[in-house]
Design a protein around this ligand. Structure first.
Ligand SMILES: *[C@@H]1O[C@H](CO)[C@@H](O)[C@H](O)[C@H]1NC(C)=O
Ligand SMILES: *[C@@H]1O[C@H](CO)[C@@H](O)[C@H](O)[C@H]1NC(C)=O
Ligand SMILES: *[C@@H]1O[C@H](CO)[C@@H](O)[C@H](O)[C@H]1NC(C)=O
Length: 511
């Protein structure tokens, strides 16, 4: 080989190498991730599965839910790796799926996923319509954590208690009523054009539920004891009532009553008092503050504007804390050495996914209104915010010290022992023979082999504060996935899609 060709070979390899490096570390297939994230909701379906069910290792389950209580509660979602239908996280999941579609409908449509996103929302709202049996009655939960966790079974074989629990006038639950109202109001916006009758029905339920929750005040875990060790409402119900009012304001084409509620209750409900660094199925304040901030541009009179500004300052505290731009270390969200936002050990990814969503939406809002985010340690432009959100998503998809995608089924390395009853036991479609309560523990839970079914699109709890992850079925703090982990990502993946295309263009150009 002469010097000249050695040189050109060397040159060529360098280019090839740098292209490969870029594509393996930064170019993620957000379209694939979006498609997979929506599949996950089909794995979590309870009830009678439709003819077009794509996740074929699942079958019908929970077909007598509500029967003991004389109410039809068939349908809805299992929240995570078990088979309780918990109303509060289910409603938050549907609110975040709906918000995703409201902001990024066009992008989801361009990816060919709009129908699937609408189905995922409707699977939840159809259930809420059943659960909201009369104006002041809402069924809150089917099954209970204690008896459910005693067994390791496929949903199709379930032998555990399916007792249903409700809230009503004497047993209030303003947090649950508020979140379900928020979910139905947000979904009514989603269906406004394509299914106006359904949209109207959802809005009617949302308004009734809000009224019920506002009139009969109380925490739902005070009324329903069995939910306490699983989904206790630590932040109380005031955040959910503000959240519901904001969604109803949007869904009713800006009925003044709901905005007045958000303004008048801002102080006494903690909306403008509580600066907080997490956004979750329990704590909605950051979501409330971001939504309220985006109304500021259109504020009519002085007092309204003044209160909305206070909401905005709390929203900015949250966003700046995620961006590590608040003054004191204690006012910023911690990060792992690999750069992942870190709130707490158990299912940390839920907070990453919700933060990523709020950052993404707010960056669009700032860009649209030609504004910047002013944080105590500096001003940040919308591109920088979006790019930080992207860094979190890329961490999730594999750009992390474990080189692992925490979105199951995405890429070549992902968790294969997800803490999930259905996924960890042979598919009912393949082997119909009954698998009993403890048989599942003996024969499937304790196996070291990978799950027989891949829970595609599930976002697991994720790594610890040092980026370490142990892929073990009994390590539920890290390997369990929840519907509310994946829901906000639906919008974020869609938002990042055009970036993926730009990157491809850049790569071609540099070639
Ligand atoms: C941050 O620090 C600056 C300068 O020391 C100070 O003026 C400002 O009030 C601080 N902001 C907060 C939110 O603590
Ligand atoms: C930003 O503007 C686009 C285009 O007008 C709009 O579709 C989107 O809803 C806006 N987003 C926000 C968060 O303001
Ligand atoms: C992840 O990939 C990097 C680069 O290829 C490698 O140096 C590192 O050892 C890998 N880490 C693990 C845990 O596989």
């Amino acid at each position: 080989m002469d010097e000249q060709s050695k040189l050109s070979l060397h040159h060529c390899c360098l280019i090839l190498f740098s292209v490969l490096t870029i594509s393996s570390t930064t170019a993620f297939d957000y379209g694939d991730a979006l498609m997979k994230s929506l599949l996950y909701f089909e794995s979590q379906r309870s009830g009678r599965l439709p003819y077009n069910q794509r996740v074929t290792w699942r079958d019908h389950s929970g077909l007598t839910d509500g029967l003991e209580q004389g109410v039809d509660l068939v349908g809805g979602y299992y929240d995570a790796g078990d088979h309780v239908k918990f109303g509060l996280p289910m409603a938050f999941t549907v609110t975040m799926l709906s918000w995703s579609v409201i902001e990024y409908r066009d992008q989801i449509g361009d990816a060919g996923e709009l129908e699937h996103a609408l189905e995922a929302i409707k699977w939840g709202t159809d259930y809420f319509i059943k659960a909201h049996a009369s104006p002041n009655v809402l069924w809150a939960e089917v099954g209970d954590g204690d008896t459910d966790h005693y067994c390791w079974q496929r949903p199709e074989d379930m032998t555990t208690s399916r007792q249903a629990y409700k809230i009503d006038e004497k047993n209030p639950g303003s947090d649950l009523a508020g979140e379900t109202a928020a979910a139905m109001a947000a979904a009514s916006i989603v269906f406004k054009k394509t299914n106006p009758h359904y949209s109207h029905l959802l809005l009617h339920h949302a308004q009734e539920l809000f009224e019920f929750g506002d009139k009969y005040r109380g925490k739902y875990d005070g009324s329903i004891g069995v939910v306490k060790s699983y989904y206790a409402s630590v932040s109380g119900f005031m955040d959910e009532l503000l959240w519901a009012a904001l969604w109803l304001y949007e869904a009713t084409d800006k009925e003044d009553y709901y905005l007045k509620y958000v303004i008048n209750k801002a102080h006494c409900f903690g909306g403008i008092g509580w600066a907080i660094s997490e956004f979750s199925w329990d704590v909605k304040y950051a979501g409330v503050q971001v939504l309220a901030s985006m109304l500021l541009e259109k504020a009519k009179h002085g007092h309204e504007g003044h209160v909305l500004k206070q909401y905005r300052s709390k929203a900015e505290y949250y966003l700046c804390s995620c961006l590590n731009k608040n003054n004191a270390t204690g006012d910023n969200v911690e990060r792992t050495p690999g750069g992942l936002l870190y709130i707490r050990q158990w299912n940390n990814m839920q907070y990453v996914s919700t933060a990523t969503f709020l950052l993404t939406v707010y960056s669009d809002f700032l860009r649209n209104s030609s504004q910047h985010l002013r944080c105590p340690t500096g001003t940040i432009d919308p591109e920088e915010i979006l790019s930080f959100a992207k860094s979190q998503v890329d961490y999730i998809l594999g750009s992390n010290p474990m080189n692992m995608s925490y979105l199951v089924g995405y890429g070549s390395k992902y968790p294969i022992r997800v803490h999930h009853r259905g996924a960890s036991i042979v598919s009912y479609r393949e082997k119909k023979g009954f698998i009993g309560c403890t048989q599942g523990y003996d024969n499937w839970y304790s196996r070291v082999e990978p799950n027989p079914n891949v829970l595609v699109g599930a976002l697991v709890g994720g790594p610890d504060c040092r980026d370490n992850f142990m892929d073990q079925r009994d390590n539920y703090m890290q390997t369990e996935a929840c519907t509310y982990n994946t829901a906000p990502l639906v919008g974020v993946f869609a938002r990042l899609l055009p970036l993926e295309e730009n990157l491809e263009v850049e790569l071609v150009a540099s070639y």
